[in-house]
Design a protein around this ligand. Structure first.
Ligand SMILES: [Zn+2]
Ligand SMILES: [Zn+2]
Length: 347
């Protein structure tokens, strides 16, 4: 829905004039300012101003920069304008009913005790698993994935939108899935709406501008994380100048997973011959695979974030391997060097 948005302020410069009556503003005179994308800004005297959309004006959509006196004049004007419309920012009785319904934790379906228990468990799983994996596990699981109760609970879990009591909760879920922003979980306004071709989901313009959804191209990945993007198994999208890009939050998740796997592999190899009495095993266990880059002003740098005091070559070689997946670790050398320190020392 398009909404009325504008600023009301006192005029600071006197060179501009009212778009409607063409009379110049006096200094400190109250005026309405409407900034338009790609067009020149419009200014109006309050009496000359008619809001673009014939609808209730929500106070939080307008910016007020007024002194007390003008503020009062404007409030009267607003009250007068709004008196003709149904309030958009107040909860209607239907909405209220729906809100109460969403807060209500009691179960209303007549499914069996066991099925209700399954629903509670399913709620810990991701949508993809619920839709694509669970139905193939067993007949019972299949039927549970069709339980209206499950979908009602999933709506509460995944979206911040209020839904009226529905006959088909799964339908309602799908409707919200295709219209709610992936990040803020709300249905964006028309001017804020954006469906991302990269992830095929709605990602509102506000959320899209956050650091989390910064686009990273393959060369960024190499320079910031010292990882060859190819081995991360990410789905890249095409952006400007044919650049292959991915969202930063998805990249970070993939990198974390990749490094966790590397660390597990190294540890399980070390445990074949060594145990935690060995310093190298403890050192490797202590590596934080979620934070392997040095940070500088919140940005990741492609410098390894290892313990600078630990100059052990094996430790550093293992660190580099976990971080980038590259380099060779000479396990035989590590084993023969550390054997004497293994459990025998403690016994
Ligand atoms: Zn005017
Ligand atoms: Zn959003």
């Amino acid at each position: 829905m398009m909404l009325n948005k504008f600023t009301v302020e006192e005029c600071q410069r006197t060179k501009v004039s009212c778009t409607k009556c063409s009379i110049s503003f006096k200094k400190q005179e109250m005026r309405v300012t409407i900034k338009k994308i790609m067009m020149s800004t419009e200014y109006y005297h309050l009496p000359c101003f008619t809001p673009r959309f014939n609808q209730y004006i929500i106070e939080k959509n307008i910016t007020l920069k007024l002194n007390q006196e003008n503020s009062k004049v404007f409030k009267d004007w607003l009250e007068n304008w709004n008196s003709k419309f149904f309030p958009l920012d107040q909860i209607t009785p239907e909405k209220m009913k729906a809100t109460l319904m969403l807060q209500d934790k009691s179960l209303t379906t007549n499914s069996t005790r066991r099925r209700r228990m399954l629903i509670e468990v399913f709620l810990f799983l991701e949508l993809n698993d619920i839709v694509k994996v669970l139905p193939f596990v067993s007949k019972e699981f299949y039927h549970t994935t069709w339980e209206p109760e499950l979908w009602k609970c999933l709506i509460k879990r995944d979206f911040l939108e209020v839904v009226a009591e529905s006959e088909n909760w799964k339908h309602s879920y799908i409707k919200l899935y295709v219209s709610c922003c992936l990040e803020c979980k709300e249905i964006p306004s028309e001017e804020n709406f954006y469906r991302c071709p990269l992830i095929k989901r709605v990602l509102c313009n506000n959320c899209r501008k956050t650091d989390k959804y910064r686009l990273m191209c393959k060369s960024d990945i190499k320079s910031c994380f010292d990882i060859d993007a190819k081995i991360l198994g990410l789905n890249f999208g095409q952006a400007f100048c044919n650049n292959q890009v991915v969202y930063r939050c998805h990249l970070l998740k993939a990198i974390e997973k990749f490094r966790e796997k590397n660390k597990e592999a190294v540890l399980s190899k070390l445990y074949e011959e060594l145990d935690e009495n060995c310093k190298i095993v403890r050192d490797v266990k202590g590596i934080n695979h979620c934070k392997m880059e040095k940070q500088f002003f919140g940005l990741n740098f492609s410098k390894p974030n290892w313990d600078e005091r630990n100059e052990d070559k094996d430790y550093r070689a293992i660190y580099s391997f976990i971080r980038s997946g590259r380099g060779k670790i000479n396990y035989n050398k590590i084993f023969s060097k550390n054997k004497g320190n293994a459990s025998s020392l403690n016994s």
